[in-house]
Design a protein around this ligand. Sequence first.
Ligand SMILES: *Cc1c(COP(=O)(O)O)cnc(C)c1O
Length: 399
Amino acid sequence: MTAKASAAANLRPATQLLHAGAPALRDGTGPVNVPVVRTSTVRFENTATHAEYHHRRTAGERVAAYGRHGLDTHRALEDAVAGLEGGHRAFLTPSGLSAITLVLLALLSPGDHALVADGVYAPVRRVDSTLLKRLGVEIEYFSPTHDDLASRIRPNTRLLYLESPSSLLYEVLDLPALAAVARDRGLTVATDNTWSGGWFYQPLALGANISIQAATKYISGHSDLMQGVVVVDSPALAEKISAAYEALGLTIGADDAYLALRGLRTLPVRLAQHQRNATAVAEFLQQQPHVSRVFYPALPTDPGHALWKRDFSGASGLVSFEFRHATPAAANAFVDALTLFGIGASWGGYESLALVAQPERLREHRQWTGDAAVVRLHIGLEDPHDLTADLAQAFSSAM
Ligand SMILES: *Cc1c(COP(=O)(O)O)cnc(C)c1O
């Protein structure tokens, strides 16, 4: 390690993130950013070098013998994300959902059973119903806050799959307690960490073995990219994930790796502002007569607030709220009346979004006890006064 590199290891996370993956100078000079290395073919000086690279790769070394393995841009992003999550190794996938599917396929075999939190990102259930069932893998949904985990673990249970806070209602889970039970019984613990961007939450330090993110969201930060990452805590898990990753032929383009790395540089400042704006909006919503409940863990009234305060260092831009009486038609009218919020799925970009969450979907989630419509907002980086003014005019014109 050079003197400069060992000094860098002592720096605070935001500083490390700014410089992670920066290219070394050559002949005393060089660019700030890692170049975009696009290639399909990797060339070798001679057949002996070609053979040597294949051997090193087979032995588990992270070197590229073919374009699919990714070169400098991929390496820089992998290292930056592994550092952010405090993990051993990162894998880059074409979307957040493919990162989740990769983990499930890598760790589950016919006859295996897995316990999955009932508040997970909804398309996980589609992976289960279309792919895992056909492969003879049994997925059981449970409520991590209402049910006893230990009594649900069977001899063939291999995996505990969580998401905290949960999708749509942001139910905060007691990860250290759940992970302790699961690991004691030999289960691998994987969790979706998209909500925090890897910045406000460190699941590997709290007992998870695998952290998954849709880099599509906060890592990218600019709504211009689809990408997923899987970060593992050990060489043994890296080997398992790597085997499935290679078999599935997963890879991402170098341009997308570059964009994600560019997004990572500003992750801490963007998230700090998302939190400030979302807190202002959540507090505004709490005052509204048409709103019966606001879902945002940073609010002291949120049921997950104490756990959030213990385990998280901040909150994202996602805020959901339940109408006091509104039917789905009235909720749709409210969303249609907004002028500053885009209507659409996904989130994590700089811009604000609104979406009506169907109560039928929420019923799968034991956190859900209501029957009125719920709207999910992603609070972007606009001036929060403009956002609350837009929400106020939508309440008065649509309600
Ligand atoms: C969006 C999302 C995903 C899936 O990411 P894509 O890149 O859209 O496939 C996974 N988990 C959570 C929590 C998400 O919000």
